[in-house]
Design a protein around this ligand. Structure first.
Ligand code: 5AD
Ligand code: FES
Length: 342
């Protein structure tokens, strides 16, 4: 069955159910082995590292799962200035980062002009680096402007490809069709585009996951970000159970097999639910890690979920820690833009 999935780069609803529910440990280990072998064919034992700069914790949206939702009056809000962002890049560049990911809530304070100016400044100073934006839903014109300014990649998790499930996770004013269309536009413009979802989000089922995988197959994104859902104490989902390590690893492996060249991060959320989560993610087919480059004094204010790791660590410590973690399982963190090779 795994061979068939590998050869067809597709999975059926029944196969997915079997993969996600089986208690056959030998089968699961074989799944992970094949996924990491597939990653190896494209990327060897190299792990790409991205410097994550969480530049604003303001957000106009009110997603039920997210700690920085506008309805959370306890959230601590901050914005980084362009100078602060440039300082993060400098620190990162010196540590060997060649991709900067600008991530933030949907914060109208950062106008298109401002975003373009930040992107231009980074690209001017670091022409050998890729700039990734992760700033949510925008118009085609905005996405085009950022691309013109030099942005290379864009991350926008679709969160779920199922309409009913999307409604359970988001308030009325948000829409799945709008979001899917954003992803389509991003790809058309020429961004290396990433979609993704949380594993174990409230209301998720094997059927919704199957739809997620079919959506990925259709969109053919260059990147897919998945990590466990982790409840945040100040959200409507505070009492919901977290997604599991096991489920996340199995899904990482399946995504690697159906989209073999994909850039697939072992996320911070995965590292949060298990001390060796990111290592296990790589051993299940992931090939990217995204340590935090945000200034330490704002780190714990960008809390999408509870107990987030690395909030007290300087970028240099995170980089060293990550290199050591990857080395311990036979992988090497590289100084590279880390472009898509699929
Ligand atoms: N647990 C895990 N991941 C979360 N995200 C938002 N809130 C949570 C949470 N409580 C994820 C979403 C979003 C990405 C930036 O972080 O999938 O797209
Ligand atoms: Fe941040 Fe280990 S990766 S301290």
């Amino acid at each position: 069955m795994l061979l068939k999935i590998q050869n067809t780069e597709s999975v059926s609803r029944e196969e997915l159910e079997m993969i996600l529910t089986t208690e056959d440990e030998a089968f699961v280990q074989e799944l992970y082995r094949q996924a990491r072998e597939t990653a190896r064919e494209y990327y060897g034992n190299q792990i790409y590292i991205r410097g994550l700069i969480e530049f604003t914790s303001y957000c106009k949206n009110n997603c039920y799962y997210c700690g920085i939702r506008c309805g959370n009056k306890n959230a601590q809000r901050y914005r980084l200035t362009t100078d602060q962002i440039m300082e993060c890049c400098e620190t990162g560049w010196n540590l060997g980062f060649r991709t900067f990911v600008l991530q933030g809530g949907e914060d109208p304070c950062y106008t298109d002009e401002k975003i373009c100016q930040i992107v231009r400044q980074i690209k001017e100073k670091y022409p050998d680096c890729a700039v990734t934006l992760s700033i949510g839903e925008k118009s085609r014109e905005s996405y085009e402007a950022y691309f013109e300014a030099g942005a290379d990649r864009y991350l926008l998790r679709h969160e779920t490809a199922n309409e009913k499930h999307y409604r359970k996770l988001h308030p009325e004013e948000m829409s799945l069709s709008y979001r899917k269309n954003c992803l389509k536009i991003l790809k058309e413009i020429g961004y290396q585009t990433g979609c993704g979802f949380m594993v174990g989000s409230p209301g998720q089922t094997i059927d919704t996951l199957y739809e997620d995988l079919m959506f990925i197959k259709e969109l053919k994104p260059q990147m897919v970000g998945i990590g466990p859902f982790i409840p945040h104490q100040d959200t409507p989902f505070k009492a919901e159970p977290a997604g599991t390590l096991e489920m996340t690893l199995r899904l990482l492996a399946v995504i690697r097999l159906i989209q073999p060249g994909v850039l697939l991060p072992a996320t911070t959320a995965l590292g949060t639910i298990h001390p060796k989560g990111r290592e296990k993610g790589v051993l299940a087919g992931a090939n990217v890690v995204m340590p935090n480059l945000s200034p330490v004094d704002v780190r714990d204010k960008y809390k999408l979920y509870d107990n987030k790791i690395c909030t007290g660590d300087e970028a240099a410590e995170c980089k060293a820690c990550m290199s050591a973690r990857m080395k311990s399982i036979g992988y090497e963190v590289v100084t590279d833009r880390g472009d898509y090779k699929g």
